[in-house]
Ligand binder design. Sequence first.
Ligand code: JFZ
Length: 454
Amino acid sequence: MSFALPKIRGYFLGVLRPLEVGFSIIFFSFISFTQAQKLDPAIKTSQAVMDGFMNKRFGMFIHFGPISLRGTEISWSRNKDVAAEEYDNLYKEFNPVLFNADAWAETAKEAGMKYLTITAKHHDGFCLWPSSVSGYNIMNSPFKRDIVGELGQACRRQGIAFCIYFTVLDWHDPDYPIHNPYDSTQNVQGDMKRFVATMKNELKEIITRYKPYMLWFDGNWEKPWTTEYAIDVYQYIKSLDKDVIINNRLGKGDQNSLSMESVGDYLTPEQRIGTLNMKDPWESCITICNQWAWKPNDSLKSLRECIQTLVKTAAGNGNLLFNVGPMMDGRMEARQVARLKEMGNWLSNYGNSIYGTKGGPYTPNQIYASTRKGNLIYLHVFQKTGAVLELPSFAGIKITKAYFMNGKELSFTQDSGKDIRINLPVVLPDMVSSVIVLELDKSAELIPVMNNQN
Ligand code: JFZ
């Protein structure tokens, strides 16, 4: 808004001489201007819908497209590892014949994931659905099948909420002014008005045809995209489906906060676990390997790292969108599928300590993290540092019982003014993350967040 304000100020000061009048007009025009820049709160996604989303805690992110033929990063390798000319022609060979939507949805289900987000269109502009708006789509590849549609159906069969990733920048579309993020001399005039009109038509197709639960926007940082466009698109989406959830990368501004500039419902820290936040909903997107799209022999995170990432995310009151990049033949890598299954096994034992919980009251650290629900605190212990686990106490609330989840009771002390002390056995029951349940005499949600360090 800083770009438009001087204009308004100059105009009014030139016309109206008395200073106070001038200032009050500047003030009021500023107010009305910022209001024009803001979303009508009445159309924002409801609290009930957001609560439903945040209760899910664990979802699958899928980055997939013709670039899987090269094994380099989606969109970002265009003009870098792969010449643009070559990259933009990969779709002619894109034929993932072993793609099986049910297999992907089952893998997500078995991992304990409750939602799934597919890159319908990434920054390279390729559409994984049969779009009547853009010809650069899956029907012009040898595969000729609606990957987005088949996956949406499979997710519904598995009871997984189906979500769609859609970028607001498109380095392939001639109407978009930037074609090569690495070389500004290739920037052209473009036609943002027409580009946004195209985008809205694509979104209309996506929303009416696939009924996504959530839209995961991205690519908001480049200059041609403005808050005005973001507000316009948000309003447009809500006119088609008032309940669709929208992440905060539709608007400009920091992905890690909900600011004046942000247009969207929740924060999106990337490749890191978000910080504990009891106020703003958030979702960390993190890769199971290093690259978003499939890369041969990419290093796979250990089960320990996968589980602790999920636990620390829930303990910070956030969701985890865990990314898998399927191979060029349409299958997910067996070792990644196996890792996801291991996560699902852990969740089948300890899922109650993750789904539908709130984060806190303890701030996650190297030794432990906690979640809470009703009068229970779920204490996740990652490692043992001695025979006793010491935790800062809370006032006015008593622990009535402590036990390992699905296991034996533990002795503890909670004396006023002193730390809580829980006596641990010689060996913790779970190698990756052991869960101790603390039963309280009041709601655990009454406890303020504790800034415990270790
Ligand atoms: C974005 C995408 O660019 C990335 O490919 C992936 O889809 C991820 C989930 O989201 O990540 C970013 C965002 C911003 C920058 C780089 C990667 N940036 O500003 O350099």
